[in-house]
Design a protein around this ligand. Structure first.
Ligand code: UDP
Length: 262
């Protein structure tokens, strides 16, 4: 086991699966199983889920709503997703606690740092709902902040892309993946990993981020076992050279020197 404590960030959109809206039951159970396997190895697992499959604050204006109201709606959307994941985990006998940044006392515990730490120490999967509980933030920022507060070893950002690329791989077929990259390079190259607030929190607190494909079965476990999966963002990456073959990037070895890249 490489990591003693992880914070897993899942986007709300990922929960939609092939659907256009809401929660895909199969995808939800798949994530629950992956988390169960990870927790069974003894790694302490905290999870933050987004709400983009239901509502995002930026959509508020299109509805003629106030932005802050929209952000609270987004936060409640994350609570709905968190409740769904909690239920899916408990269905397969994983002990969980849901802690919310917005107090909803019938449904979940309020977020209290020391309590969250205690749950993790007891081996419970801790789900943080409602982001950080304040408007104008995202669940990426909540993931970074809670990971720092929990003294997690790493933020694992599960996406549908298998890492950070030189350009958007869904739009640019020549894009290549970085196996590792530094915080500074991400900023210099203007690559999108997380929003700036979330990213800066990780950078300033020297908290590594791994961006990986959560939809590929077993990836979460591979990461916990110490395998190189996705893209690792650290202060000092050992090799920040992009991989060669854009189509089979995950199969290519990393190149060590700039000369090898030429
Ligand atoms: N949100 C917020 N404060 C937070 C976390 C979330 O206001 O601390 C709101 C914000 O409107 C955001 C929405 O909740 O758009 C859903 O979260 P997010 O967009 O991060 O979800 P994801 O993109 O990961 O699905």
């Amino acid at each position: 086991m490489k990591y003693k404590r992880i914070l897993l960030k899942l986007s709300g959109e990922a929960l939609m699966g092939q659907q256009q809206y809401g929660i895909d039951a199969e995808r939800l159970m798949q994530y629950a199983e992956e988390i169960k396997t990870a927790a069974a190895t003894g790694t302490q697992v905290a999870v933050v889920i987004g709400g983009g499959n239901i509502f995002r604050g930026v959509q508020a204006e299109a509805f003629g709503l106030d932005r802050v109201q929209g952000d609270y709606m987004g936060m409640l959307a994350t609570v709905i997703n968190s409740m769904a994941l909690q239920s899916a985990l408990e269905k397969i006998n994983v002990s969980t606690r849901l802690l919310s940044g917005v107090t909803i006392q019938r449904v979940c515990e309020p977020y209290i740092r020391r309590r969250a730490l205690r749950h993790l120490e007891k081996g419970r999967v801790v789900i943080f709902g409602a982001g950080i509980g304040s408007p104008y933030f995202t669940t990426d920022s909540a993931a970074s902040l809670r990971a720092i507060e929990m003294d997690a070893d790493v933020v694992l950002k599960g996406t549908r892309v298998d890492g950070i690329y030189t350009a958007d791989p869904e739009k640019d077929p020549t894009a290549v993946r970085y196996p590792e990259i530094t915080f500074d390079e991400v900023m210099e190259k203007n690559l999108s990993v997380m929003d700036m607030t979330a990213f800066t929190l990780c950078k300033e607190n020297n908290l590594p981020i791994i961006v990986f494909d959560m939809n590929k079965p077993g990836n979460l476990q591979r990461l916990i076992d110490g395998e190189k999966v996705g893209t690792l963002v650290t202060m000092n990456a050992s090799s920040a050279a992009p991989l060669l073959d854009p189509k089979h990037s995950s199969l290519q070895p990393a190149l060590d020197t700039p000369a090898e890249q030429a």
